[in-house]
Design a protein around this ligand. Structure first.
Ligand code: SF4
Ligand code: SF4
Length: 429
């Protein structure tokens, strides 16, 4: 698994680290933004060169630099391709901090981003209040009126897009729908802990319920602490390392109170970041061991059912394909595990998708803040989905799910998208 240098915590890497790039260009063909522009500056190699020049003080931060740092999806496909082991992700994340502290980039967008990360996503209470309001809005007649006002150009068109991309808020949030202790249905095989996330808690409660139900049906006791927190990944990826560390610390404290064999994650981004908690605290003696033990026991759902608890799932004769979430395949290096599970399901017609590891363009909030670029990237994904001939796309990340569902609606495709947890829970025999 990729080990990010969290010692840097938002500070541009030193010359030694930046010089690990040997300019071979092996990453270029895997980079979605380079593929869009064919400009060197939109490639990992070009961006590293710019970051290096800025870190050395050879050039100042510029509009172009700011734009390139935010144009990058942080998908980390370049890390998978890199023969020199360059940790590009931590470089671009540190560079974004520099951009946020500079005069470049939209002042308004920067303020909104900071506020959302610090006061909404990092606060379970505030996130639940905002989500509840959004739930009532989504259920009301208001969206129809807003859409009409957008059609007549009284409100900006972007609002329609934002609404179509936003997943529906769950009626009952995960933390009230899932018991703190769920006993296994049969003989106990493992005691697991479950992290239900922040947005997953309020917007994908059905997937969280499917995950717990699946674990329980397959012989796992599931501990779902009510006082757990957001993992902090969105904060770290967007340069708010202080909040990311605070949230990580709270999670360490909460999960330490319980005895469990594995901590199951059903969200690629959360799992990837929680596996990095150890590196986050490796210079803090009092937390280092707790963080190590925590990180070592994180398992993505697909890892768990492939490597720890193989299970015989059954289904009807569906034609499915699989989309690899970037934070699963590039950050956690999980590629074969979901395929092993899916290919072993009797009655299933599994079709491998071309470029399954190519980003779908969701990338956290990228599809909202860089909608046009995100849609170009999504179109390539949709072409590959169509070519696969599948009637259903399985994936392991809620962001990818919402983005691909949007792509299906936009292209009028009769293809459904399902999270692996839901698919396995329904397939379980
Ligand atoms: S993280 Fe993704 S978009 Fe950014 S440079 Fe690497 S491959 Fe390109
Ligand atoms: S593959 Fe690695 S070493 Fe080669 S150009 Fe890309 S980042 Fe640099």
């Amino acid at each position: 698994m990729t080990q990010v240098n969290y010692n840097l915590l938002g500070v541009l890497p030193n010359d030694d680290i930046l010089s690990q790039c040997i300019h071979c260009g092996m990453c270029l063909a895997t980079c979605p933004t380079y593929e869009l522009t064919k400009l060197e500056r939109s490639s990992p190699r070009g961006r590293i060169k710019m970051i290096k020049s800025i870190a050395r003080g050879e050039i100042p931060i510029s509009e172009i630099f700011a734009d390139e740092m935010n144009f990058c999806l942080d998908c980390q496909a370049c890390e998978t391709a890199c023969p020199a082991g360059v940790k590009y992700g931590s470089m671009v994340e540190a560079a974004r901090v520099e951009v946020d502290n500079s005069e470049y980039g939209s002042f308004f967008k920067k303020k909104i981003k900071k506020f959302t990360l610090k006061y909404i996503l990092a606060s379970k209470r505030n996130l639940k209040i905002v989500s509840r309001l959004l739930y009532y809005y989504q259920k009301s007649f208001l969206p129809k009126i807003v859409n009409k006002l957008c059609e007549f150009k009284i409100f900006p068109q972007r609002i329609i897009v934002l609404e179509s991309l936003s997943p529906k808020v769950s009626k009952k949030f995960s933390d009230s729908a899932i018991l703190e202790i769920t006993e296994p249905e049969n003989e106990i095989k493992y005691t697991t802990a479950f992290h239900y996330g922040c947005l997953m808690n309020v917007m994908f409660a059905d997937i969280n319920r499917d995950t717990v139900e699946l674990l329980s049906k397959t012989g796992c006791k599931v501990i779902t602490p009510k006082d757990q927190q957001c993992c902090g990944s969105l904060h770290a990826h967007n340069g708010d390392f202080e909040t990311a560390k605070k949230l990580a610390m709270e999670n360490l404290t909460v999960f330490r109170k319980h005895n469990y064999d594995y901590l199951i994650s059903n969200s690629a981004g959360c799992g990837a970041f929680m596996k990095e908690y150890y590196h986050l605290f490796k210079d803090e003696p009092e937390l280092k061991e707790a963080a190590k033990s925590f990180s070592e026991r994180i398992k993505d759902l697909s890892e768990f059912y492939s490597d720890i608890l193989p299970f015989e799932f059954k289904t009807n004769n569906e034609i499915i394909t699989y989309h690899d979430a970037c934070h699963l395949v590039h950050s956690q290096k999980i590629y074969s595990q979901p395929r092993k599970i899916l290919r072993a399901i009797s009655g299933l017609n599994y079709k491998e998708m071309d470029e399954s590891i190519w980003c779908c363009g969701s990338a956290g909030i990228y599809n909202i803040v860089r909608y046009e670029d995100s849609m170009k990237i999504l179109e390539r994904k949709m072409e590959n989905i169509k070519k696969s001939g599948a009637e259903k796309v399985i994936t392991s990340n809620p962001g990818c799910m919402a983005q691909i569902e949007y792509g299906c609606r936009k292209n009028n495709l009769n293809i459904t998208v399902e999270h692996l947890a839901t698919f396995l829970n329904r397939s379980e025999s």
